[in-house]
Design a protein around this ligand. Structure first.
Ligand code: DQA
Length: 146
């Protein structure tokens, strides 16, 4: 049987701390909890997910390029704070053809002014933000329909 289309789910800095980190903003689910639910959802959608987390900006760049080279169906990207600062991640998204969907647990527009700029969002196909862990579920549904 042919391989299932793969969706990369890339998570940036501090997202390894989910569940412990500011739960009043980010909720009590850990990244492993989210991964488990996405695995189930992907199975139902006939997709495979490749989920990763790094605190290092360059890893996100490498993985976006890798997803493109592997002809992934889409990339779900929660770049954490690099969302607001990383020209390198912006350029990586611009430089590939794989669709990148920006994902956030919180709604950055309701938060501090420095979160209102998204260099990721300026390059991404679309953005899903503000629904807590459900943002990932909604983004995977969107990816399946692309
Ligand atoms: C975040 C929002 C960012 O502003 C923040 O730096 C994060 C998490 C979110 O998922 O809500 O690390 O990307």
């Amino acid at each position: 049987m042919a391989d299932k289309p793969v969706v990369y789910v890339l998570n940036g800095p501090n997202l390894n701390m989910l569940g412990l980190r500011e739960p009043e903003i980010y909720g009590s689910d850990t990244l492993d909890d989210i991964a488990g639910r996405l695995e189930d959802q992907a199975r139902e959608l006939g997709l495979e997910i490749d989920m990763r987390q790094s605190n290092h900006e360059g890893h996100l760049v490498d993985w976006i390029q890798e997803a493109n080279a592997r002809q992934a169906k889409a990339v779900l990207l929660n770049a954490g704070a690099y969302t607001h600062t990383s020209v390198a991640v912006h350029d990586a998204i611009k430089g590939v053809s794989v669709p990148v969907i920006e994902v956030h647990l919180s709604n950055p527009h309701r938060r501090e002014a420095f979160r209102h700029i998204s260099l990721v969002g300026q390059a991404a196909k679309g953005t899903i933000a503000g629904f807590g862990a459900l943002s990932y579920t909604l983004a995977l549904d969107a990816a399946a329909k692309l």
